[in-house]
Design a protein around this ligand. Structure first.
Ligand code: KG4
Ligand code: ZN
Length: 346
């Protein structure tokens, strides 16, 4: 089975061609046209501009990925994300599905981040705790099997990636500043400027990051008032302290989820999982406290938005139940599509 993956939920237009045979994935094409430079001058993603650029980039990328080939199935991100950006990918996929008479699957973007792990490893054992950390989402889930999720907790305000990006903006590191902030943090001393760890004393698995960004802003303003020089050393130390707080919260809440649920695996994904400090700290957590739990995270390339992960998630849906040829008629975009609901406690 060959699957054409299409991703256009935010500011990356991505197309991938993946084949799945005898329980193994092969990535035949993995193309990403990033709009990061276009949005950098606005300091954030401008939805209208993103949608316009998706519509210009998508067809050429599909042509490049396929050549004269036709996929067996199409998998497209249909939510959550920016509605106009999602529409470009979904309408294109619907048109192709109709023209080529090939079935189509609408994939949840969060599920895509999770399934990035299955591209290279299918023998992941369930149940698993899942940590998804991206620019738009911070979620802990309990995964009982393929497609079976329960939400443990998510962020009440900003996502972890947003905290990285907003922190970077305050420090003048450009957009999206997460990677730049984490690079500088590697050279800094995290103990020089400690930051608060919101929500750690609140039971449960919820996150909150907006207060952290505000505390960085106040600290920077106070330092400016005191005429402290923002040397490379000072900026690196601020980055290290700030990153330490973000990572600490993620690791502590994940540890709490692992203590509360007896699982075989911890599966992580999303752009923030490209962060080397977070990868290191989660590996350390499992080695020290949960040696029986296997840790999975994708290569940095498959952590950030891509279409291979969408094709992989689509493949699992198709294996379970191949959609009808006219499935496209019922697929619609959903800007707020929740992957799973929280279990109600009685
Ligand atoms: O998954 P993703 O590509 O897009 C969304 O679905 O949101 O995640 C993008 C986020 C951005 O906030 C970006 O700053 C962050 O991931 N990110 C990082 C790193 N690489 C990407 N944050 C911290 N350290 C990194 N190395
Ligand atoms: Zn994403």
């Amino acid at each position: 089975m060959t699957i054409l993956g299409i991703e256009s939920s935010c500011d990356e237009t991505a197309v991938a061609l993946v084949s799945y045979a005898s329980g193994r994935f092969s990535v035949l094409r993995d193309l990403v046209a990033s709009q990061a430079k276009i949005h950098a001058k606005y300091g954030g993603v401008v939805p209208e501009v993103a949608a316009r650029n998706h519509s210009m980039a998508l067809i050429p990328l599909i042509k490049k990925a396929l050549g004269k080939k036709r996929p067996d199935v199409l998998a497209v991100t249909s939510g959550p994300g920016l509605i106009t950006s999602l529409l470009v990918g979904v309408q294109t996929a619907k048109t192709l599905s109709y023209l080529w008479k090939k079935p189509m699957i609408g994939v949840n973007h969060i599920e895509g981040h999770l399934y990035a792990n299955f591209v290279s490893e299918q023998a992941i054992r369930f149940p698993a705790v899942v940590l998804i950390v991206s620019g738009g989402h911070t979620e802990l889930l309990l995964m009982k099997g393929h497609g079976r999720y329960e939400l443990l907790g998510s962020t009440r305000d900003d996502a972890a990636g947003e905290a990285f990006d907003k922190g970077a903006k305050i420090l003048g590191l450009g957009y999206p500043g997460g990677p730049a902030l984490s690079r500088l943090a590697q050279q800094g001393d995290a103990s020089r400027y400690p930051f608060p760890r919101p929500m750690l004393d609140v039971p449960g698995f919820e996150f909150s990051y907006s207060g952290l960004k505000t505390s960085l802003l106040y600290r920077v303003l106070e330092m400016k008032k005191k005429r402290i020089q923002f040397t490379n050393r000072v900026i690196a130390d601020l980055c290290a302290g700030y990153q330490d707080a973000i990572v600490d919260i993620l690791v502590s809440k994940t540890a709490r989820a692992l203590r509360a649920h007896s699982v075989h695996s911890l599966i992580c994904g999303g752009g923030v999982m490209a962060n080397s400090e977070l990868r290191k700290r989660l590996s350390g957590l499992l080695a020290d406290s949960f040696p029986g739990v296997s840790l999975y995270y994708p290569s940095p390339r498959l952590c950030t938005d891509n279409a291979v992960m969408i094709a992989a998630a689509g493949a699992f849906h198709a294996i379970k139940k191949m959609p009808r040829m006219d499935a496209w008629k019922k697929i619609d975009v959903s800007a707020q599509w929740e992957l799973a609901a929280k279990k109600q406690s009685v």
